[in-house]
Design a protein around this ligand. Structure first.
Ligand SMILES: Cc1cc2nc3c(=O)[nH]c(=O)nc-3n(C[C@H](O)[C@H](O)[C@H](O)COP(=O)(O)O)c2cc1C
Length: 326
C-alpha cells in the first residue's frame, strides 16, 4: 500500500486529505468526526476579524472591510454568542480531542486591531494558522496594486504577531496571481491555499432578489485550481494546498500531480457525509498503488513538472485549438 504520509506547513501528516474550514469543523464533535474519518489534519471553521474587534469594543474597526453596517451588527451579535474566547476553547478542545494537527482559521480583510489575537491562538494550542483573506473590491477607484499591497500588509502584520506556521487562502480573482503568490512567500507565509470559494450569487428574476447560489462545489470546479497549482507549484517554493472541487480520490490525485502537498475538502464532507473522507483517502491510496507510486511524494508535481505541460508555450495553442475544434 502506498505511503500517504506528507508534510504541510512543517507538520507531519498521516495523509494529504484535510478537512477544510466549514461549519463541520466549528465544533469539537465535528472535528472528532473528521479525525475518526481519517483526515490528515483539520482546519477549524473561521473566526471573523469583526468578531474579534467587536469584543475589543470601540470604533468600527477595519478599514477596507467588505462589511457594511448591517453585516457588522450581525457579526457583533455573533461575537456575543460565539466570541473569540469560545474560539480559543474550540482550539483547545479540538487539540485535546484529536491526534491530528489542528489549524485555526481567521477570516479577515484588514490588519486593524485584531492581529494580537494570533498570539492567543498559538497559546491555545493551534498547530498552524490559516488566513482567509476575503478581499472583495467593489470600489471603482481601487487599483489592483493597491489591493495586492493591502493583502501583503495584512500578512506581514500577522507574521509579526505569531511564530505559528501561516497559510493564506486566496481567491482566484487576481490580475497577476504569480506575482501575488510570490509576494506572499516573501512576506513569510509557509503555505498558500488555492482557492477560496466565494459566495455564489444567484438571482430570483421575478422577486428581483439575490438568492444564494450553489452552496457546495462539484468536481467541475476543479480545473481552475488545477491550472494554477500546475503553474505556481514548480516555480514557488511554498507548501501548496488545493481547495475547491475535490470530491473523489481521483480529484485528489489530480491535485497532487499538479503539485499540491495537500487537498482540502469541505463540500464533499457535506455531500458524501464526513465518512466520505475515509472513502476519498482510500480511493487516493488505490490510485497511487494502481499507478505505481510508492508514496505521495513520488506523485507530487509529476504533471506540473512534466514535459507535456509548458503553459507559457502551449496554453495559447490549446486555447485556440479548443475554440476552433469542429
Ligand atoms: C458550509 C460551508 C462553510 C464554510 N465555512 C468556511 C469558513 O468558515 N472559513 C473558510 O475559510 N472557508 C469556509 N468554507 C469554504 C471551504 O473551506 C472551501 O474553501 C470551499 O468550500 C471550497 O472547497 P470545496 O470545494 O471542498 O467545498 C466553507 C464552505 C462551506 C461549504
Amino acid at each position: 500500500m502506498a505511503d500517504l504520509r506528507t508534510e504541510y506547513l512543517g507538520l507531519k501528516l498521516k495523509n494529504p486529505v484535510l478537512a477544510s474550514s466549514s461549519g463541520i469543523t466549528g465544533t469539537v464533535g465535528g472535528v472528532k468526526q473528521c479525525a475518526e474519518a481519517g483526515v490528515g489534519a483539520v482546519v477549524l471553521q473561521s473566526l471573523f476579524e469583526e468578531q474579534i474587534n467587536a469584543e475589543l469594543g470601540g470604533g468600527q474597526g477595519s478599514s477596507g472591510s467588505a462589511f457594511p453596517d448591517e453585516a457588522r451588527a450581525y457579526l457583533q451579535n455573533l461575537a456575543r454568542s460565539h466570541g473569540p474566547d469560545d474560539y480559543l476553547s474550540l482550539i483547545a478542545g479540538a487539540r485535546d480531542a484529536v491526534d491530528v494537527p489542528v489549524i485555526a482559521s481567521i477570516n479577515c480583510t484588514s490588519a486593524d486591531r485584531w492581529t494580537d489575537y494570533a498570539a492567543r491562538i498559538e497559546a491555545a494550542g493551534a498547530d498552524a494558522l490559516e488566513l482567509n483573506i476575503a478581499l472583495m473590491p467593489l470600489s471603482f477607484d481601487e487599483r489592483a496594486e493597491d489591493i495586492e499591497a493591502h493583502l501583503l500588509s495584512i500578512v506581514r502584520a500577522v507574521r509579526e504577531s505569531t511564530r505559528l506556521p501561516i497559510a493564506v487562502k486566496v481567491g482566484p480573482y487576481f490580475t497577476a496571481l504569480p506575482r501575488v503568490v510570490t509576494g506572499l512567500r516573501e512576506a513569510g507565509v509557509n503555505g498558500v491555499v488555492l482557492f477560496n470559494r466565494f459566495y455564489q450569487l444567484d438571482i430570483d428574476p421575478v422577486a428581483l432578489k439575490p438568492v444564494p447560489g450553489n452552496r457546495f462545489s462539484t468536481s467541475d470546479e476543479l480545473p481552475l485550481p488545477l491550472r494554477w497549482m500546475s503553474i505556481l507549484s514548480p516555480r514557488i517554493a511554498c507548501d501548496f494546498s488545493l481547495s475547491t472541487g475535490v470530491h473523489t480520490g481521483l480529484d485528489a490525485a489530480k491535485a497532487i500531480v499538479a503539485g499540491a502537498r495537500v487537498v482540502q475538502i469541505a463540500s464533499a464532507l457535506y455531500v458524501r457525509k464526513v465518512r466520505g473522507a475515509t472513502e476519498i483517502i482510500s480511493e487516493l491510496s488505490d490510485w497511487l498503488d494502481t499507478n505505481g507510486y510508492a508514496d505521495v511524494a513520488a506523485a507530487r508535481g509529476r504533471f506540473a513538472e512534466s514535459e507535456h505541460y509548458r503553459p507559457e508555450e502551449l496554453e495559447r495553442l490549446q486555447y485556440v485549438k479548443a475554440l476552433t475544434a469542429r
